[in-house]
Design a protein around this ligand. Sequence first.
Ligand SMILES: Nc1ncnc2c1ncn2[C@@H]1O[C@H](COP(=O)(O)OP(=O)(O)OP(=O)(O)O)[C@@H](O)[C@H]1O
Length: 792
Amino acid sequence: MLATGMFAKDDEAARVLQELVELRYTAHQLRFAFVVLLDLDAKPTTLYNAFEKHLMKDFFDRGMTPSTAAAELKRCLRLAAAAQDRADALAFLDAPARARSDSEQRAATTTITRHITANASKFVFVHGAAGTGKSTVAQYVHYYTESLGKSCVNVATTGQAALLLPHGATAHSTFKIPLGDEDPLTCNLGLQTAEAARLARASVIQRDEWPGAKRTAWDAVVRYLDTLQKAAPDTYSPKVIVCYGDFRQIPPVLKHASRRDIVAMSVRSSSTWGHFERHRLTTKHRQHADLTYARWIETVGNGTAVAKHSVDGTPGYLELHLCPTILEPREAIDFCFPHPNDANACAKSKILAVTNDTVDAFNDMVLDILAHTYRRDEYHRFSADCIEIDRDDQFIEPHVTPEFLNVQTENGVPPHRIRLIVGALYEIMMNFSSQDRLMNHTQVDLVAVHDNRVDVETLDGRRFPLPRICFRWSLAKGATTIVRRQFPLRPAYASTLNGAQGSTLARCVIDLRRSPFTHGHLYAALSRASIKNALLDTAAAPSSAPVQGQRKPASLYTIAVNVEMIDIPGKKNAGSRVTFADGASLKATQPANRHGLSTLSARAMERWLCKTNASLMPPTAAANPTQGRNWTRVAAAYGQSDAAATKACNYIGQITEHVLTNAFLAADMTVPATPNQTAWSAQAKVLSNRVSLTRTGTKHTSEPYTITELLNVAITIAPNVPAKVHDALKTWASQHGSVVAFTQPVTPSASSSSTPQASVGFAPSKKPATKHPATKTIAKTKAAVRRRPSCK
Ligand SMILES: Nc1ncnc2c1ncn2[C@@H]1O[C@H](COP(=O)(O)OP(=O)(O)OP(=O)(O)O)[C@@H](O)[C@H]1O
């Protein structure tokens, strides 16, 4: 008997299909085999083109035209792929068709493919607003290149963006680019490695989300390819390097950097920038069903949607009039994840927040729902943390104890204690294999938890065991390396605004209780949804409860506008009007000064302030500007003639008064009827120092006050509030994730007092204390505040 050895052959799939054709297998059987064989073939487009007519033979027999037969073939292949649970295997069918249906995409792909066929060395940059189909063009170019038998390497700046490309990986992992801000950087990928050989052979290198890359990292790649060409001139193929991206989205992330530093670190500052051939895409594919929304988010991206910008030009205020607003985090979860126990459905939506703390809070809330409402099995796993010791004589700081290590956290590193809930949706935190699509940010369903491993299933049904992995990082440059061994998983229900870049979401909530860092940050988040109805924001509206038939005012948000790069319109002349989403139209009373502040009425400023402190703002305040009159007097007492100072003191006063009022209510104490004017006035200097307003008006700061600052102002002004009030303030501070520096500790005598005293900033009530006018609404707010989970 003769044993036949089977060797892997490049054209094995084609040979099998050819054999089946010769043996007269039916077209239906060929279609089934084609989907199975896609696993063996790295060039699905070539295979498809070679056997297309056999795969649709029965359709022709039924008298279909070529175009109907082609459409029917794709439908049948999709059905076959779905039946085999391999819907992703047919991605190559969609991308080419889509990318060729749009004239701008077609123009870009035609130029790129011409360069590829001509074996040219070129730099091409395909740019356009979010959702204009850049990644789709990249997919097309990939399949086209492979169909020619050439190879294409796809990399992206973030793992999330890499997942959208066939065999995509991050640029850092492909080229072994070191993390760090050194200039220049050098890729650590050896020239003799298999990866280097793959790069040398590649005819196309594609880089998605390129504007988010640091110039130093990009230059390192270009230098590396140069060195590779010199080292292996025979195997090195001429390359078409195609970069994709949108400079309106998130720029390179640099710690403690000025705008100038960021511009210097942008790939635009690279010496290669001038060599790029550019193609612009303008058709909004993601938001094609809602073009009003598409146009509006474009104005956000361009910086022209800013209704007003404040003094110093830094923060601007944007009316998100197209986005419905919700008040409670729980509503965000109900909106995004109506079926939290269905991981596949949850994967299409996301809650986006500005900071990791808020992301963790949302993720925890969903896990709570799964554990308590759906009774899913819950496990807690703790990491093994240690420090890496390079040398025997290395000095170890005495405070570096296991307890110290356990509380350390770092972006991209799982926490010491991880909550594992079977059936919940998680994201992988490590690049395992780009072939298996098991990379950083890949969403998986947690199937089982064992002592030393967890089993996860990708959304297309592939199951993998994951052991604990070592994560390494240093607390500071040159400091000891911490090693944490933990399961590389994090819940995937919420992510930061950066983390969502590149994705298309069915439903999305943007938590704007904290302002995004830049307008690009907000733009990247807003452009994830295809229609405005899929998008909610979680900042509370500053108005009272909506009156029947009256439109609820949209909330206002700050965005930090990059004044160096964007021309901000919006300086109003005297007499011109600023219109708010709820129809309120405010007349500018003076010509705009260079800060823009003097153009606004006090009411407009109140509205501005509401956006950050909506939950603390008395809902009636916006409708009742006189409520802050005491504070106007305080400003006058201090001698502030500057209108801006008066207004600033006015609205800060309202907030402070409200904070204290709430504090009294929360402490179940009677709210004093009238604050002691003398006591307030005595503290006006402190207040005015805080707001940094000067008589000459040369230096203005009207940064919106954070809740922490407002609480601090409240405490500074009324230093000896009773202990219960003080505690209520503290509780709020912690509920808002704020750390309040209690500059004035409560005096023991005040602590024991249960009623406000004159010496503590409130006059003793001569007549029985009346209820504060805002009591009812405040009580509601109080209840809401109690319900709100901590965002720590
Ligand atoms: N020609 C087209 N016809 C129909 N849909 C398209 C077309 N091109 C892209 N799309 C769809 O539009 C959506 C956005 O496409 P894609 O992710 O390629 O855009 P992008 O420009 O890369 O977005 P971003 O900048 O946000 O990463 C996707 O759902 C994609 O399938």
